[in-house]
Design a protein around this ligand. Structure first.
Ligand SMILES: [Zn+2]
Ligand SMILES: [Zn+2]
Length: 267
């Protein structure tokens, strides 16, 4: 593994660019793509302000910063984004991505119908049927993301599996729908090592094994991301990902395959 398509900086919830670049280099990477969190959601407007998720307003400054950083390292740095996807916002996201012109765009579903996918969201009061409905809605949003054609990369496809109240609710039908959508799309799923094993609540690689199988059955390829937020994440996650690639025999696509303009709707 020489390239990591998914890391964060202090332009969202990661660490300072020089620290991240040095750590990526020390972990043996040749290239790293910084994909800071970006959301256009009005519903999360206050939370976005509180949690510094205003990359839609700061991405040009980060681009300048990456140009400075690139002059000081042998690493190839990519100017990317991790965009929160909501089906209703697809037109606005398309306009934003076309104007911002990142090297590539990662699409993520972090919340559905006003609820976060993460473990800090409580589903204690939700019935089994409500939990299943939430997971159905989550995969509807994933399929919509892939079908939108807006993204180069699909992040952490089965993130719901990391929620203790939702884990195990991903079905073969969900996996098959998403894999079929990816097989028909330019959007490449990511193997994401985010928080794998080191912070308790996020113990899994994404995709989990049966999901990776569903993709491979359809000939879908992958890119690889550490989802590093802190410098020390690289040293932990790069070797973990390398072991995973060794064990599974998966050969990731090069980052170069993500670059270049997306095809327009008429092509
Ligand atoms: Zn994410
Ligand atoms: Zn991320």
């Amino acid at each position: 593994m020489t390239a990591d398509v998914h890391a964060h900086t202090s332009y969202s919830d990661g660490s300072g660019i020089p620290l991240m670049v040095d750590a990526a280099e020390a972990a043996g990477l040749d290239a790293v793509g910084f994909a800071d969190h970006c959301s256009l959601s009005e519903a999360w407007r206050d939370e976005r302000l509180l949690w510094n998720r205003n990359f839609d307003r700061t991405h040009e400054r980060r681009r300048e910063a990456l140009a400075v950083a690139a002059d000081r390292t042998d690493l190839t740095l990519y100017d990317a984004v991790e965009m929160d996807y909501e089906p209703e916002l697809a037109p606005a996201i398309g306009d934003f991505l076309a104007a911002a012109d990142f090297d590539y765009a990662i699409g993520s579903v972090h919340y559905v119908a006003g609820k976060q996918v993460f473990p800090f969201e409580s589903f204690d009061d939700a019935s089994d049927a409500e939990r299943r409905a939430f997971v159905d809605d989550y995969y509807d949003a994933i399929v919509s993301l892939v079908g939108s054609g807006l993204f180069d990369v699909l992040a952490h496809v089965d993130l719901v599996e990391n929620h203790p109240a939702l884990s195990g609710l991903t079905t073969a039908a969900h996996r098959d729908r998403v894999a079929a959508a990816c097989a028909d799309s330019r959007t490449v799923p990511e193997i994401n090592a985010g928080r794998a094993g080191d912070r308790g609540e996020f113990d899994l690689f994404h995709p989990t094994d049966p999901f990776a199988e569903a993709f491979r059955d359809r000939g879908v390829r992958f890119v690889v991301g550490t989802d590093s937020h802190d410098p020390e994440d690289f040293a932990d996650r790069v070797p973990r990902l390398e072991r995973y690639l060794d064990e599974t025999g998966i050969e990731p696509l090069p980052v170069e395959s993500l670059l270049g303009d997306p095809p327009t709707a008429t092509e």
